[in-house]
Ligand binder design. Sequence first.
Ligand code: DAH
Length: 363
Amino acid sequence: MNLKERIEAVEAEIAAAVATSPEAVEAFRVGMLGRNGKVTALLDAFKEVPAEEKRVWGQRLNQLKNAARVRWEELKAHAETAPAEKSSEVDLTRPALTEHTGSLHPISIVRQRIVDVFARIGYTVSQGPEVEDDHHNFGALNFPADHPARDMQDTFFVQDLVTSSEVPGVSSSAVENDAGALALRTHTSSVQVRVMEGGEPPIRTISPGRVYRNEAISARAHCMFHQVEGLYVDKGVSFAELKGTLDHFAKSMFGPEVKIRLRPSYFPFTEPSAEVDMNCTICGGSGCAVCKHSGWVEIMGCGMVDPAVLTNCGIDPEVYSGFAFGMGVERVAQLIYRVPDLRLYWENDVRFLDQFTVGAFRG
Ligand code: DAH
């Protein structure tokens, strides 16, 4: 390497030098300008330069020495200010970044809450299939063959085994009754049949799940919604116990000030049957659109399990009696969250869903 090349190499090294700590700055100084430094070594080499070239190389080497000094000053200044600059980048008052953790769906929150209330008084949770046969959804529950719920207009049939319009006055689906027609279950009462068929009293169970009905979708109706069915069968179960259980449920769910009332009604699978109203939590009883200005809202159906249903499910009605009830989860959720339109539940708009957290439950 001749002198020119050596100078160029050291120049390049000076230009590229970095040092973030005072120790590194000092190492740079020693490596370039110290007694055995690279610049010092070149200055020593100047002595061997022939006299006629001394002027040119003298200038060049002076420039190199200055460049090394300037770079050293720069590195020194940077290493001194760097730690201060760094700490000013940390702003302890800046709001933290929030993680989007998601939230439970309002229907899941309310369903779980209903399950909790009953689990605490000894109810187990049971489930059945959403595609159900006629026997469990209708037949064993005492639905007469020509009951309107068995009509195509109300029920989504999955399998149509008999297409018999020859039977006057009876819908084809009713004819399928014993032929094993399959449908999307129209209520979770089908699960009480499965539980009674599969076990011995005492039975104390609730069955949450999806149900389907052939309804036009609107603010107040949907073709899919959720129900929780309840069933208690044992020796000597009375209507008074039914009423006490539902009163306990309403107070646990909506608050101790809540009152319920029972109105006589009809269901094929219970006798006697009743509809349960609760005083309206939205207006406090003074009247609003949700309670249709009556101060009361309907929250479920209930009754004593019809002895014929017990028999259908292999339980002796001479020995055992029972009560059953069924409620809509969307309805209960509406009374808690005041959601005005059922469709909001299933549109998956994150702005809607984000408002629900378990902690926001006010029951
Ligand atoms: N299955 C009924 C419905 O879907 C609700 C119901 C009413 C369930 C009375 C019951 C009951 O167990 O006893 O409308």
